[in-house]
Design a protein around this ligand. Structure first.
Ligand code: DAH
Length: 369
């Protein structure tokens, strides 16, 4: 009778040295398969005398169970090893940039739209829109700029000839809007206070140099409620500027100014450092004008169908392109509209870097530069 204990040790040693599942299966077949060593021994039991048969049979069963357990254990180890190797070989570094490089960039103006929407969205503002082709009521009259008001001449307006069969009539002609302020009126016509909107959009004036293009972009803001004060205007715009320039501290000042649709009116400046080669926002002793603002003129509220004795509000207007130039150091406005893909590749933004107050506005790391 073979020494079962030796046999067991021998087989288990073999099992434990297996490094591949295939190799392990070969051992299993050689021991427990149809013609395997233990199987053959079991077949041989019948030829043994009764007593030996019982004792040896018992021993063989125990051996078989031990071998099966050892096989199972080694199988688990090898399977886990195989899985780990597979995972290691198939690892993907999700932080690597996409290859091939994604095509297409978000234009800085679109990026600023996203950024201001994220900031004002968090402050509870809605986004309002108005038409590019506007009537003079909304573009001028309702904004406290009646016919012959000198402020109309300040804006180099494009007038449209509504009906080419008739003599052009300056007073009834449509204009392509010279500012987004008309959206203030359109919003008041549609909605009772409380009102809290921003209105980004294209605006047009007959002007062309490094800082002026015939089409440009503005952002209008309007807040109307009971008890709105100049303090709300100051706080709101201060918070906006800090968020927009992504600075914890930003010196600001308000200078008295004049706009027909606000009283009092002001212009907001932010502190900066200007040198010949550099503009640094938030540092230094220079000032840069960034927007116009004021308390909504009672005539404007009336034109929008709102009782100025019950409600008041503030408004502001700023140039989106100008903000883009300041924030992203773009020197010439005309390049914004030249559709040069090299320029867009340089100054544009990757499409998947969304602007958000929590995830980051400009995602500087994602700048396509
Ligand atoms: N509409 C003005 C412009 O185009 C900008 C502006 C100034 C808008 C003051 C406002 C405001 O709402 O309150 O120059």
């Amino acid at each position: 009778m073979e020494n079962l204990e030796d046999l067991k040790n021998e087989i288990i040693a073999k099992i434990n040295t297996c490094t591949e599942l295939k190799q392990l299966d070969d051992v299993r077949v050689a021991v427990l398969g149809k013609k395997g060593k233990i199987t053959e021994m079991m077949k041989g039991l019948g030829a043994l005398p009764q007593e030996e048969k019982i004792a040896f049979g018992k021993g063989l069963n125990i051996l078989k169970n031990d071998i099966e357990a050892a096989l199972e254990k080694q199988k688990k180890i090898l399977e886990e090893k195989a899985l780990n190797e597979k995972l290691k070989n198939e690892t993907i570094d999700v932080t690597l940039p996409v290859r091939p490089e994604t095509q297409g960039r978000i234009h800085p103006v679109s990026k600023i739209y996203e950024e201001v929407a994220a900031i004002f969205g968090q402050m509870g503002f809605d986004i309002a829109e108005g038409p590019d082709i506007e009537d003079q009521f909304h573009n001028f009259n309702a904004l406290n700029m009646p016919v012959n008001h000198p402020a109309r001449q300040m804006q180099d307006t494009f007038y449209l000839n509504n009906d080419p069969t008739k003599q052009f009539d300056m007073e009834t002609a449509y204009v392509i809007r010279t500012h987004t302020s008309g959206v203030q009126i359109r919003t008041m016509e549609k909605q009772q206070p409380p009102i809290r909107i921003i209105a980004p959009g294209r605006t047009y004036r007959s002007d062309y140099d490094a800082t002026h293009t015939p089409m440009f972009h503005q952002l209008e803001g309007l807040v109307i409620d009971k008890n709105i004060t100049l303090a709300h205007l100051k706080g709101c715009l201060y918070d906006f500027m800090k968020a927009f320039f992504e600075l914890d501290e930003l010196p600001v000042r308000y200078r008295p100014s004049y706009f027909p649709f606000t009283e009092p009116s002001a212009e907001m400046d932010i502190g900066c450092l200007k040198t010949k080669t550099e503009l640094k926002i938030g540092a230094g002793t220079d000032w840069m004008e960034v927007l116009g603002c004021g308390m909504v003129h009672p005539n404007v509220l009336r034109a929008g169908g709102i009782d100025p004795d019950e409600y008041q509000g503030f408004a502001f207007g700023l140039g989106i392109d100008r903000l883009a130039m300041l924030k992203y150091g773009i020197p010439d406005l005309r390049t914004f509209f030249e559709s040069d893909v090299r320029w867009l590749k340089h100054y544009g933004f990757t499409p998947l870097d969304f602007s958000s107050m929590t995830g980051g506005l400009s995602n500087n790391g994602g700048l396509a530069r």
